[in-house]
Ligand binder design. Structure first.
Ligand SMILES: Nc1nc2c(c(=O)[nH]1)N[C@H]1C(S)=C(S)[C@@H](COP(=O)(O)O)O[C@H]1N2
Ligand SMILES: [Mo]
Length: 327
């Protein structure tokens, strides 16, 4: 049977919304919370957002300049996305299902912050972010970011290689995977009221992927500390994988010999699997991944295998022929 797969942006935002969100909307409707007027005005996808969004004006979040030197290995070969776009079109489900979570995310308390280094490490411990940053050398890298929903951006992140943190954590030889757990605070995160989601948001990579030069922990974007909606105060960037692997607001990094089951896998493994490497030739079950829409300009670009980072990462997958590498 021939299935015509539309391009991601030809589908309405509600159709591109992952299966879990569709499920959430059904639950909202079934729960009788969606008043008819609200639905008529904005449609079911927006209704969810209104329920969880904040109506009060957001307090401005003070961002600190970081001034880290650019790493010339990772420069832009396409125009940078405008800062205003990259910081106002976000996915951060803990703060709501829409792309407009910046106001709600001002509730995030990111100072003080500490990260638990847990599991198969020489000495499990908690490390304060300030203390951690004293031991890491910050640099700026421009990365392409490709969301599984077929939008993309190109932004300068400030941070340090994940490999440097792995070395600091001193994992045992038996640890094959790294699991990331992110903040789940019901007091400040209205999205957590959607109890049918498997909070907290978690992600995972193999130890080999964690040690790859491209795997990056960011504490800033556009030369300043991360705004809350982009994952303050520390988030992952795995630019050869779909964006959902790049977990925001990380509180725990755990070393394990078990492959972690991520938030999205728990919701829909067939659509959002463990590997989730970018590949234009492997469509999402509900839309094509061949092209991407650049946020801000709306320019359409061809999506590249490994999001264009094959020279860095393709070798890691050469012998993994039995794995579902691209979903
Ligand atoms: N904790 C957490 N991390 C998350 C998400 C989320 O909802 N919660 N969304 C992911 C998705 S789907 C994408 S595309 C990126 C978006 O990052 P950005 O808003 O900085 O562009 O964050 C990822 N990290
Ligand atoms: Mo995404």
């Amino acid at each position: 049977m021939f299935i015509h797969r539309r391009r991601g942006w030809e589908i309405s935002e509600s159709r591109v919304t992952p299966e879990g969100a569709a499920f959430a909307r059904r639950a909202v409707l079934g729960g009788g919370m969606a008043a008819a007027g609200l639905l008529a005005a904005s449609g079911p996808a927006r209704a969810g957002w209104k329920l969880f969004g904040s109506s009060t004006a957001a307090a401005p979040v003070a961002l600190k300049p970081l001034g880290a030197a650019p790493n010339m290995r990772f420069r832009a070969e396409r125009a940078l996305t405008e800062e205003a776009q990259a910081t106002s079109y976000n996915n951060y489900y803990e703060f709501g299902l829409s792309k407009s979570v910046a106001d709600a995310a001002t509730a995030l308390v990111s100072d003080p912050w500490s990260i638990e280094l847990a599991g198969m490490v020489k000495t499990p411990r908690k490390i304060g972010l300030e203390d951690l940053l004293k031991q890491m050398k910050l640099e700026e890298r421009i990365y392409r970011h490709r969301c599984v929903e077929a939008w993309a951006m190109t932004v300068p992140w400030t941070g340090f290689p994940l490999a440097d943190l792995v070395k600091l954590a001193e994992p045992l030889g038996s640890a094959n995977y790294v699991k990331f757990t992110t903040l789940a605070d019901p007091k400040t995160m209205p999205g957590l009221r959607q109890a049918w989601y498997p909070w907290p948001y978690t992600e995972g990579v193999t130890m080999e992927e964690a040690m790859n030069e491209l795997a990056f922990l960011s504490v800033g974007v556009f030369g300043k500390t991360l705004p809350p909606q982009n994952g303050a105060p520390i988030r992952l960037n795995l630019p050869w994988k779909y964006g959902f692997k790049s977990a925001k607001s990380i509180i725990k990094i755990e070393f394990t010999d078990q492959r972690p089951l991520s938030f999205w896998q728990q919701l829909q493994d067939t659509e959002y699997g463990f590997w989730a490497n970018v590949n234009p030739e492997v469509p999402h079950p509900r839309w094509s991944q061949a092209e991407e829409r650049l946020i801000g300009t709306g320019t359409v670009a061809k999506t590249q295998i490994w999001n264009g980072y094959g020279e860095f990462v393709a070798g890691m997958y050469a012998n993994k022929t039995k794995e579902r590498l691209f979903a």
